[in-house]
Write a protein that binds this ligand. Structure first.
Ligand SMILES: C[S@@+](CC[C@H](N)C(=O)[O-])C[C@H]1O[C@@H](n2cnc3c(N)ncnc32)[C@H](O)[C@@H]1O
Length: 267
């Protein structure tokens, strides 16, 4: 074989190998995506069966509200609504929406000792499912803060439509980094895709909360963000962890941290 012919065969072979690699990568990505999708659908189905058995059977009013939320978002899912909203805001990552499974929320309420004496602020309450569960099953007052208008409007409509909790639960359209959190005795924030800079802003906003306020976060503890931060404004903050556990989410397990605001800053 002549030198030119040999070179031609080699370059052809290399191109085919590259193409093959690219396709096998694409196939691996597709299989990965398909597996995650299947896993989260299956998880949500099993979770829903648990919700019917454990919660709907005990509380008719909660069942009615929860089914109203599920049917409202049956065709246009909260994931799609959130994606559209984030696209309009030109956010680089539009896949930020997720929901706390109610069985995991029950565990959170248990570890955080949420009772009817509490006023829980849910930062980024999404469709409001967790807020309604908390109010119905722990008896606490709940304020849901959310940036997406569709979610806030529909959840508020449900309260207005004679939910027996009217007066105990409210939804506000606001940016939780700037909202007044001072009336809260407990704060739940599930935003596992928040970056360190956003968590620092949250920590700054927690300054006005009452001493002893419980702060619940998923996937990260406030102290680990403070420890690695270069922001001097938060370097003296400290939130002791009073409990932590691995909670089930549709995408897998994540550590839930229950922290407490100190009565006063350590000197
Ligand atoms: C991961 S979802 C959690 C929904 C719900 N809390 C749950 O656990 O099922 C986060 C929600 O926070 C909202 N969110 C994100 N950043 C926000 C901000 N700065 N102010 C208000 N809401 C925000 C998003 O629109 C989204 O609905």
């Amino acid at each position: 074989m002549g030198v030119l012919r040999k070179r031609y065969v080699l370059s052809h072979y290399l191109r085919l190998r590259k193409l093959g690699k690219r396709w096998s990568l694409k196939l691996a990505e597709f299989l990965d995506f398909f597996y995650i999708l299947l896993r989260s659908r299956l998880f949500r189905f099993i979770d829903f069966c648990g919700v019917i058995l454990k919660f709907y059977s005990k509380n008719y009013h909660f069942a009615k509200t929860d089914l109203a939320i599920i049917s409202e978002y049956w065709l246009d899912s909260p994931f799609a609504i959130s994606r559209r909203y984030l696209k309009l805001k030109l956010e680089p990552d539009v896949y930020q929406y997720g929901e706390t499974p109610l069985l995991t929320l029950e565990k959170i309420a248990h570890y955080a000792h949420i009772t009817e004496r509490d006023c829980v602020f849910e930062l980024g309450c999404g469709t409001g499912r967790c807020a309604f569960w908390l109010a119905h099953f722990t008896g606490c007052r709940v304020v849901g803060i959310e940036q997406i208008p569709e979610f806030v409007d529909f959840a508020s409509q449900l309260v207005g439509k004679g939910d027996i909790l009217a007066g105990k639960i409210s939804f506000i359209r606001d940016d939780f980094f700037n909202a007044d959190l001072s009336p809260a005795t407990a704060i739940y924030c599930y935003g596992s895709k928040m970056d360190d800079h956003q968590i620092e802003s949250l920590i700054l906003n927690l300054r006005d909360t009452q001493p002893g306020t419980i702060i619940i976060t998923v996937s990260y503890s406030l102290n680990e963000i403070i420890a690695s931060s270069k922001n001097r404004a938060i370097s003296r903050e400290y939130f002791p962890i009073i409990a932590q556990f691995d909670g089930e989410f549709s995408w897998g397990k994540a550590t839930v941290f229950i922290q407490k605001k100190l009565p006063q800053y350590p000197s």
